[in-house]
Design a protein around this ligand. Structure first.
Ligand SMILES: [Zn+2]
Length: 574
């Protein structure tokens, strides 16, 4: 666990303008910096960076966050990875807080060792005509082989012995390059195999996949999980594909590294592969951060069908409205490698365009083999759909699928929601941006703006402070958070803390508004003014309710107390 105070400190030391400029050139515009948004296609810049507040906000697509958030989104890194990357950039090391999970301490020499092995395997490939012929036979050019760092592990037990400083060093076993047999005898894990280095998003080799050249078992052999390599987190080819994924706003997830490489050879450079595991929720989240559309491409056989369904199950909680997930099933005798070699790039991309949307795939599988003309069939549908529908949190997607399943089962949406004991989703309210801008912001909105500018102000809220709605909840959460920490906090730390929480969206709106405020916004005056106004409104509303009802003894007392408070609030400041 990275200590919270470190994150806060890191955000204080970084300058978001420097961080973003490493990826996107920024132009000064008034108090802020602007650029064409790296997260959506646009011709005039709506991506805005506030240097004073250390956050960014895109008025086109709504992307927002801190320097850490930017690196996560832009490079597809996880939180820890992004923090480590940024800390390294300014020469600070990340302290670790003791926690129950064992710490992954990665000595830099493990990466170096993997790099040494990669170089060695690459050299061996050049010296081995049989391996070169194999790759040529699969249609690979030297260029693509070099791009993916493909090599060859010779058919010997201790290939790496002359390549590394000390074959007996523990690091060789730790990285999975070498296996220790009974009696402590060591030998190379990979022998007589084409070697595919597995690279993390920073371009460091963290593992290998090895494929046999002809017959032999297993056909594919991967590095074991090590301190460097966590299978459920990594995707083969992501490092090489990142740029194309951004440009095309699309990524294909295939089953094997040979598929990734073959697709790249044919100009489809936005493919990645899972590494001998099912697609995990983490994978889906990582990919959805990078682009608009994820297409899972599986072989047409039974194993492929099963893998696709697992991918669907793991994708459901990660769905985001407006982002698309598709499924492509190739003819049974094909995988992406053989398909693109036989039919070419255009035919393959046409297949991608026709991929089955997630909702279509879900409904097709749910209703397969069910007779929906019978109550029993409809009952089974409702049972099968429950865990899937309840896993979806994206409001529009959830709404549409609930409606469809309800219609198929012959019940209403409300009945389905009651049956599943899930909260109803209403049609999302279409915000009319032009109109919303003209309407005067509510008191809570102004309060939120003040808090985005000076989170510390939340300490001045009355302890029992509460208000309704999402804005009220966000303000209350902010106040709670500040009460728990003694340190002075910054806007960026606040944004970072609430990233990924239910309050993120409300705060993001306020961040966007703050970006557009002119210099005349007097935070302290606005803050106390609006607090007073909110209190007056609340008292007046309660008084009105008291007057409309029956004024019993208790109520009378309350009434006079409220009236007094109101008088004081309304009295001109002395
Ligand atoms: Zn944008």
């Amino acid at each position: 666990m990275i200590p919270k105070s470190f994150v806060q400190d890191l955000l204080n030391r970084l300058d978001i303008v420097d961080v973003i400029e490493r990826y996107v050139p920024l132009k000064k515009a008034g108090a802020n910096y602007v650029a064409c948004c790296p997260f959506h296609n646009e011709k005039s810049p709506s991506f805005t960076v506030s240097q004073s507040k250390q956050f960014y906000h895109c008025f086109g697509c709504g992307a927002h966050g801190t320097a850490i958030g930017f690196v996560m989104e832009h490079a597809g890194m996880g939180f820890v990875e992004a923090v480590e990357d940024l800390a390294k950039g300014i020469g600070v090391s990340v302290p670790q807080e003791a926690s129950n999970t064992p710490q992954h301490k990665v000595a830099p020499d493990l990466y170096e060792l993997m790099q040494t092995a990669t170089r060695y395997y690459r050299e061996q490939l050049k010296k081995t005509p049989r391996a070169i012929d194999y790759l040529k036979g699969r249609g690979l050019s030297g260029e693509v082989a070099a791009r993916f760092g493909i090599g060859y592990a010779p058919d010997d037990w201790q290939n790496l012995k002359p390549a590394v400083p000390n074959y007996l060093d523990a690091s060789l076993v730790e990285t999975g390059l070498v296996v220790e047999g009974e009696g402590g005898k060591r030998y190379d894990r990979f022998r007589d195999r084409i070697m595919f280095p597995i690279v993390n998003v920073r371009g460091q080799v963290i593992g290998f996949g090895g494929r046999v050249l002809d017959k032999g078992e297993p056909k594919y052999l991967n590095s074991p999980e090590t301190t460097l390599f966590e299978k459920g987190h990594e995707l083969y080819g992501l490092f090489q594909a990142q740029k194309a994924i951004r440009a095309q706003q699309r990524v294909i997830v295939v089953e094997g590294y040979m598929d990734v490489v073959a697709l790249a050879q044919h100009g489809v450079e936005y493919a990645v592969a899972t590494l001998g595991t099912a697609t995990t929720p983490y994978h889906v989240q990582k990919l959805l951060r990078l682009c608009e559309q994820v297409v899972f491409c599986f072989d047409g056989d039974r194993a492929g069908q099963k893998a696709a369904w697992r991918a669907l199950e793991n994708a459901l909680p990660q769905l985001q409205d407006g982002k698309r997930i598709g499924f492509l099933f190739l003819p049974e005798e094909h995988d992406p490698d053989t398909y693109i070699r036989e039919f070419g790039t255009e035919a393959f991309e046409a297949q991608l365009d026709d991929s089955l949307p997630l909702s279509g795939y879900l409904l097709r599988e749910l209703t397969a083999q069910l007779d929906l003309h019978t109550p029993e069939g409809r009952n089974t549908l409702l049972q099968k759909a429950q865990p899937l529908l309840t896993a979806i949190t994206a409001p529009t997607t959830a709404l549409l699928l609930r409606k469809e399943v309800a219609a198929l089962a012959g019940v209403t949406q409300a009945e389905l929601e009651a049956l599943y004991a899930i909260k109803p989703v209403a049609a999302p309210q279409r915000a009319a941006p032009a109109k919303a801008k003209r309407a005067a912001p509510s008191g809570l909105r102004i309060l939120l703006r003040c808090l985005v500018m000076h989170p510390e102000l939340a300490r001045e809220l009355p302890a029992e402070w509460q208000a309704e709605g999402q804005e009220g909840a966000a303000i209350a959460a902010l106040a709670d958070w500040l009460r728990e920490s003694a340190d002075e906090t910054s806007t960026a730390a606040m944004i970072q803390h609430f990233q990924g929480t239910v309050h993120e969206a409300v705060l993001a709106t306020a961040q966007g508004e703050v970006m557009q405020l002119s210099g005349e916004f007097d935070v302290a005056a606005e803050f106390s003014g609006v607090l007073r106004k909110i209190r007056i409104d609340a008292i007046e509303a309660e008084i009105a309710a008291l007057l409309a009802g029956n004024l019993g003894g208790m109520n009378k007392e309350r009434y006079s107390r409220l009236s007094d408070e109101l008088k004081q609030l309304k009295a001109p400041a002395a």
